[in-house]
Design a protein around this ligand. Structure first.
Ligand code: AMP
Length: 279
């Protein structure tokens, strides 16, 4: 398994594979890998001859009061997991490799980023779309795999790839949960045992909302209250619980047609997100 630290090296390797008629599948991550990430690696491996995982904690997608410095990092462990999974190359650039000191060009998606995490984390998606565009230029993949855990992010990346003519197929893979239902996340490491237990209110609330939906509940306020009440009762602080249309991520008053029920909530200082698609 290669570890490549510069965009030039990464691109040279990818072009060598392409010259040998091999396709490249790409999984961008911020590291501290877990089974959710590794499921994306398997998706990429099923579709492509070569798999590249990037590990880059992207500073431009963190707000000034967010957890950039504290974000969990363990490259040795990530490297071992990638090796075990048969990854061909890990792209592991330093911040200075990705961003010139006077970097001043940004990729901004202006529609799907208006709600949910786009509203609660100003500037977040500008950092995400910019870094993913840069990573696509470095890796030049045929396929890139994203997780439905970050449902809005996946839709924003699909939109960016379409709008800016990136020659990459975006694949969105299912959300992977812990056995008790908690959505897997690198940030789960921050939770102490009590918070970890209380945070189950998020996935339980979503599961309860799905059951109500299946029994015919279509009212957005009722579906959102099902989730929000449980989180509040467990001592969580809600950032948002929202029902939005799958097509444009605008708030939906009723769960008619494809919709996304999305949550962001804090347990202690840890902000967790989760979601379900309905219809
Ligand atoms: P991150 O390292 O958190 O930036 O995530 C990198 C990629 O892994 C993103 O496409 C995420 O959506 C995906 N991912 C993270 N957690 C999960 C999960 N529990 N299930 C599926 N995909 C995930």
């Amino acid at each position: 398994m290669m570890i490549l630290r510069t965009t030039a090296e990464m691109r040279r390797q990818s072009r060598a594979w392409h010259r040998a008629d091999e396709t490249v599948g790409f999984v961008p991550t911020m590291g501290y890998l877990h089974a959710g990430h590794m499921s994306l690696v398997r998706e990429a491996a099923e579709r492509c001859d070569r798999v590249v995982v990037s590990i880059f904690v992207n500073p431009t997608q963190f707000g000034p009061n967010e957890d950039l410095a504290a974000y969990p990092r363990d490259f040795a462990r990530d490297e071992a997991l990638c090796r075990e999974a048969g990854v061909d190359a890990v792209f592991y650039p330093a911040v200075g490799e990705m961003y010139a000191a006077d970097h001043s060009t940004w990729v901004v998606e202006e529609s799907l980023t208006r709600t949910l995490c786009g509203a609660s984390r100003p500037g977040h998606f500008r950092g995400v779309t910019t870094v993913v565009a840069k990573l696509f230029h470095a890796v030049e993949p045929e396929v890139a795999v994203f997780g439905r855990k970050d449902a809005q992010q996946a839709l924003v990346i699909e939109r960016m790839a379409r709008d800016l003519d990136f020659a990459v197929e975006i694949v969105v893979a299912p959300l992977v949960r812990e056995p008790d239902g908690l959505a897997m996340s690198s940030r789960n490491k921050y939770l102490d045992a009590d918070q970890r237990q209380r945070a189950l209110a998020i996935s339980r609330g979503l599961a309860l909302a799905v059951r109500k939906y299946e029994r015919g509940e279509r009212d957005a306020a009722a579906l959102c209250a099902t989730v929000a009440d449980g989180i509040r009762a467990a001592g969580g602080e809600i950032d948002y619980v929202e029902l939005v249309s799958r097509a444009d991520l605008c708030p939906a008053a009723r769960a008619e047609g494809p919709v996304l029920l999305a949550v962001a909530a804090r347990f202690g200082a840890t902000r967790l997100i989760d979601n379900v698609f309905l219809g």
